[in-house]
Design a protein around this ligand. Structure first.
Ligand code: NOJ
Length: 565
């Protein structure tokens, strides 16, 4: 696949240019999944020193900020989303001085660092939970979690009918210190992830302190895991039906999106604001909130709450002009009353990579993925990229069962019920290929050391090394798109798009910067080439473009183009 690049790729924007305090409003934020990004110590598992060694790559790619998935002390029952110590780095990722050095280096390069915060649940190895188990019923430590006696004659049934998002009941029965079966505890995710009880003031106190700990270390913000789950409906009522399992779905449920969560974020906003003065600009909170509608998501972004929330409605949209236009309009309209930027995301560590999701397994998927990315980067607001999408990586569909580590996969297999589970989260978490022609493709220093998930044997063409300097590569395409986005004032900023008339299957909209500069984006989601009137000078296209014929431009299938006038 080639791309039409009418404007040469520019050098990366100056890393030292001062950024405005509200840098996050149009930031491109790159998600690093630390265990799969780069391995510095050669154990086949990515680490913080590995991330640090590749910060130059991220700066040159042209992103503004890096969000790191959890690297805290954890038994890794859910790849670090089960935290045993919120103030320590897990030895497999390094130590606190590594985190400190990573933040300092990133700042020197002009990159901001957002860390993951996991406040809905901790690890069952967290000292509070261990003490709660040891001390037995009645212990004040039990009040920090949701412990309940079971139902049935001997308490042998779970306290309510809630199901874990990873499959099976959301309750596990404990054994009392004397060896008899005891109370049950709630875990919306794996049994190794007990939910905190946010009605207990000790929990809120602890998280205020954890926020300050990382802010004092210099982080620029937090991505808040399961931000919609902290508060449960009073009395933990039954749902009454079994159709609950939605891996990060958006049904109305008594454990998600309860109004009480907003009080937590109002308090956190005050802390973030305390740290937001000075040259670093604002410290931000980003909600991972799966809510039934974008309007409910906007509630997390009121002026005294968080700054951004992932737009999962956009992520879930098909590659169809009509559907995309609807979700774009609805998202922008929902954000306007709260004056929050819209955010856009196509891939992350929980979903099938957008190349495969939108376009299946072949090269067509890549073509569509590039078109989808260019469309996303033209929208007003902030965009999230997931590591490896800039290399055009597909989802790895052929992982051997014994290699898979996603608890959702294991639990659905154990329960014999694969229905309703995606069971696919390992396929987007395969370690990145950096160089060379065989696994581990430069992921770590030791060519003999296997990566924690096996990499496909045919990934040589996807490495950073293979793609660098090749103007047709997906990596150079991302670099060009991000460079244009940085220097083009009509991109990112603002809160509206001006739709233009377009043939069926095509999206066309204009963005006008305050200085009058105009950028037009045209995206053909259909299966055929469509002739459009060229709306200016072609800046960048996601796929090769034929020469214009008498003013008409043939916009090929699954292609997005940016124009300036
Ligand atoms: C959302 C995270 O993105 C996912 O990876 C994790 O399994 C759940 N929250 C539970 O923490």
């Amino acid at each position: 696949m080639t791309q039409h690049l009418a404007t040469p790729a520019t050098a990366p924007a100056s890393a030292t240019a001062p950024a405005p305090a509200d840098w996050w409003r149009d930031a491109v934020i790159y998600q690093v999944y630390p265990r799969s990004f780069a391995d510095a110590n050669g154990d086949g598992m990515g680490d913080l020193a590995g991330v640090r060694s590749r910060l130059g790559y991220l700066r040159d790619l042209g992103v503004d900020a890096v969000w790191l998935s959890p690297f805290y002390a954890s038994p890794q029952s859910d790849a670090g989303y089960d935290v045993a110590d919120y103030r320590a780095v897990d030895p497999m990722f390094g130590d606190l001085p590594d985190a400190d050095a990573l933040i300092a280096d990133a700042h020197r390069l002009g990159l901001r660092i957002i860390v993951d915060l996991v406040p809905n649940h901790c690890s069952d190895q967290h000292p509070w939970f261990q003490r709660a188990l040891r001390e037995g019923p009645g212990s004040p430590l039990r009040g920090r979690f949701h412990f309940r006696p079971g139902k049935g004659a001997d308490g042998e049934l779970p306290p309510n009918d809630w199901e874990s998002i990873f499959g099976g009941p959301a309750w596990t029965r404990t054994t009392d210190p004397d060896g008899t079966p005891g109370e049950w505890y709630l875990h919306l995710f794996a049994p190794e992830q007990p939910d905190f009880n946010w009605d207990d003031p000790a929990v809120a106190d602890e998280f205020r302190s954890i926020l300050r700990f990382w802010l004092d270390l210099g982080v620029d913000g937090f991505r808040i895991d399961v931000a919609h789950g902290l508060v449960k409906a009073p009395g933990l009522p039954d749902i009454g039906h079994g159709d609950q399992i939605r891996l990060l779905g958006n049904a109305v449920l008594p454990f998600f999106d309860q109004d009480g969560v907003h009080q937590v974020y109002r308090e956190w906003r005050r802390i973030l604001d305390e740290y937001s003065g000075g040259p670093g600009g604002h410290r931000i909170g980003v909600a991972e909130a799966w809510t039934p509608t974008v309007e409910r998501t906007a509630l997390y972004l009121r002026r005294d709450e968080l700054h951004q929330a992932f737009n999962f409605q956009y992520l879930q949209a098909d590659w169809r002009a009509e559907e995309l236009r609807e979700v774009i309009d609805r998202s922008l309209a929902a954000m306007r009353p709260v004056d929050a930027p819209a955010t856009w995301v196509l891939s992350n560590h929980d979903v099938v990579r957008h190349r495969t999701r939108l376009g299946g397994e072949g090269e067509d998927g890549l073509r569509r993925a590039r078109a989808a990315t260019l469309l996303m980067l033209a929208l007003p607001g902030s965009a999230y990229l997931y590591q490896g999408e800039e290399l055009g990586l597909p989802e790895v569909l052929e992982l051997p069962d014994e290699a898979r580590q996603d608890p959702a996969f294991r639990r659905s297999r154990a329960g014999g019920d694969a229905e309703g589970q995606d069971g696919m989260r390992d396929g987007c978490r395969v370690p990145l290929p950096w160089s060379g022609s065989a696994p581990p493709y430069g992921f770590g220093p030791d060519p003999e050391s296997p990566t924690w998930l096996p990499q496909p044997a045919d990934w040589a063409a996807y490495t950073v090394e293979a793609q660098t300097g090749d103007p047709t590569s997906t990596l150079e395409f991302y670099r060009s798109a991000l460079a244009v986005r940085r220097r083009h004032p009509a991109l990112g900023a603002g809160d509206a798009v001006e739709w233009l008339p377009a043939p069926e299957g095509v999206l066309a909209f204009r963005r006008t910067a305050p200085d009058g500069t105009v950028l037009t984006c045209t995206a053909n989601t259909g299966a055929e080439t469509v002739l459009i009137d060229a709306p200016g000078r072609l800046l960048l296209a996601s796929a090769e473009a034929d020469a214009p014929a008498e003013g008409a431009f043939p916009l090929a299938r699954d292609t997005t183009a940016w124009w300036t006038s």
